[in-house]
Design a protein around this ligand. Sequence first.
Ligand SMILES: [Zn+2]
Length: 896
Amino acid sequence: MFGDLFEEDFSFVSNNQCGKGKKSKSKDTEPLAPREFTKLSGIKNQGGTCYLNSLLQTLHFTPEFREALFSLGPEELGSLEDINKPDVKVRIIPLQLQRLFAQLLLLDQQAASTTDLTESFGWNSNEEMRQHDVQELNRILFSALETSLVGTSGHDLINRLYHGTVVNQIVCKECKNVSERQEDFLDLTVAVKDVSGLEEALWNMYVEEEYFENDNLYRCGACNKLVEAAKSAKLRKLPPFLTVSLLRFNFDFEKCERYKETSCYTFPIRINLRPFCEQTQLEDSEYMYELFSVIIHKGGCYGGHYHVYIKDVDALGNWQLQEEESKLMTEEKVQKDTENIKEMENPLTILKGILSEEESKQIPVDQLGQKLLEKKGMSWNKKYRKQYGPIRKYLQNHSQIFRLSPDDNKVSLKEMYHQLQFGSDCQGQVLQSPSQNNDVQWTSESLCTVLKDSASGSHWFDLNDSKVQPIKEKDIEKQFQGKESAYMLFYRKSQLKRPSEAQANPRYRVPGHLLNEMDAANIELRKRRMDCDSADNNIDLRLHLGSHYKFYNGALHPSLSWKESVLDLTIDKRKTLGDLRQSIFQLLEFWEGDMILSTAKSLPAGLHLYQTLDGDEMTLGGIGLADGADVFVWNGKEVGGMEVLPGLDHEPVLLNVLRLAGYNEGGKGQHFIESQHVVPCSAELSTLWKALASPGGIILMNSSGSDKEVENWKVVPEEDMKKTVRIVGLTDGSSILVLDSHDQSLVNVASGNLTAFMHDISWLQVKNFCRLEAEEKQVKITATIETVMSDIKIKAIQELQLGEELVDDSCLRPINRNGKLLAPVPEDYTVKEAELKMGSLLGLCHGKAPTSTQLFLYFVVGSDLQGAPEMEIVVEETASVRECLNLMLEKSGLPG
Ligand SMILES: [Zn+2]
């Protein structure tokens, strides 16, 4: 409530006075956000590394690969700490990969970094990374890893998991001799063009035979002649993990350009490879493979973006698709509820409801109104009358529903509606508990979903650099075709089962030293997040101690220096008011009696109090205390024996009070005395009048607001004297003019307009030109057109805080638009006689002003009129030209 009220003011204070820059932390020092609800870590995109990230995530979610790598200890790989020791062999690539996997498993951050790993490949720039295609990268990564594992027990890691063989055979039709050639593969590359999907591609490659016949015969080594023969290829050895690269990028030889094949290309979640194998006698399970990763390419053939769909076979992540569904349900429910409320608020429904519950069916109209109040807690007249008119009228207007007795005093529902109402009442009951119904439905449904999915283990995630999102298995089908489509497929042998201990256990098989490293890193991360968090939530409060303040002139003023009276306190805004009170008690050490905390604000008149803070269990943020807020600490009653009235209604207003001074009968020489007065904003003008004006005096306000150049003074009319300072619009800095009774002869009180009789009251601006070294200060001097120039000068010298001796050695010179000082104005002239416009600028300069019988002449010496300095002389009107010339020569120092 009052939080809103002061929000603007507090932000003003905090911007201007508490801008210590503590909130402008640099992004780098801030720790990465923790993992999101999936509990899986993404990988940061380090500039064009999305394909590397997709591949690394695939390897990471190949637990057999991950664990094989983890099984290699420091005794084989060395240790990253020894990286700079020349005599120690450190196998950096596998070590960095181990660490990355440990981070992906255990480090509580949204995304891991691959910088260390890519550096271990010797890739230091984005350029080096962009040269590679993801299929190529797969081979480069494997080969780099293999090379660095030579001589360790992990030397065959890649082969063990990914190596397969294909056998190519040519059978001679005549001697039946079989010529054989075996090929190794780490991944299979399959055609996409003109093929409907993976199975057809494999069929073309490993089932279809090619014949050598007619013109195209085969030379048989055994027969030693050209013969007819059949060529075929078969999968001989199947690896545990089968990687399939789709040839989506083709070359169009006619157009001579690369293009991306976006046609539909299906691939199964489970595939039986038996038809494509050389050896077909084994059990079915030997040939069954399951899809577990799909790297997706989005974009054209020259660039684009990669992300990957991965099946979380160890159930490490939190697969929470149902959350989305439940959200949808809740939204639906809320919508229904709002509809219900709307329906509830419709008087037709309400009255029908009341009447349908009536056993007697017919009730007096007055009683219907009474029942509305009893049952729904609302009165017709208050809630509906404005919109729908009197209740009786309303009932008459809905005669299709309500039947009024002939004398219009009793009402009943028409028969048809009575029944219908009961009908919809039943419906209404169903509607009244939609939450229960939905909940039950939802729970059983989502339970089914969870069971079904966990049974098949199909927890798929979309890993897109830093972002990880759960997806449905069915979403994979979206990647069959189009600009965004599957690019690499990863299958795992169905026989490979995961141990139950590995389920939902990211620590499984992670070596001890990496567990320790990650645990320590997590503690550090949490600590840094907490530090950042509290820095984000810290607010600086300024505590003003009541005992160091005095109340006078309508506001609070520090009795000691500001430094001694005000204490700074930094506190977490999530803490409670009770905590703040406790902190203040500790800070002050000695405090007796009640401690009242009030919000305060510095106003031009001084410090003013607003709301007493209460509700010790509320948080500081909750009660609206923001950074830079002022809090007054006192006993809640008095300050230095003076009663202090807090609140908006008692805000002190600092008024500028003008009085006419130096008035003389000739109407010449008017000038003003200004003083400042503090009045409560709730004070009536009559109080102000009593305090400031003499009996018979009057108060004038000007309605021109802050634009002082256009003054329009009006006498405050009698009827406004009961209004408060705030209501008539007087605020800090507003001016009022107080005229005593003798001044009023100038004012036509009847018209209420001062300008009618008196001359314009306005301001002239005077700029200091006397002290050239000092900053050219400028002041505003109140004047009328009858004010004499010497009075303006004296006032200006006072306001500019210049020495009094200057009065005799200075003059006022108007300054034109170009900033040029014009001839000085005679001292005895009035503003009007000097032909000065109100608001115009005068320069206060050294030198005497000419009298009204003197002339002021400018002259320039030399032939070049542009560059020569302008000089000035003052001569009597009666002086001859020769006299003037002599003066000029004297002034310029030239010989006669
Ligand atoms: Zn042969």
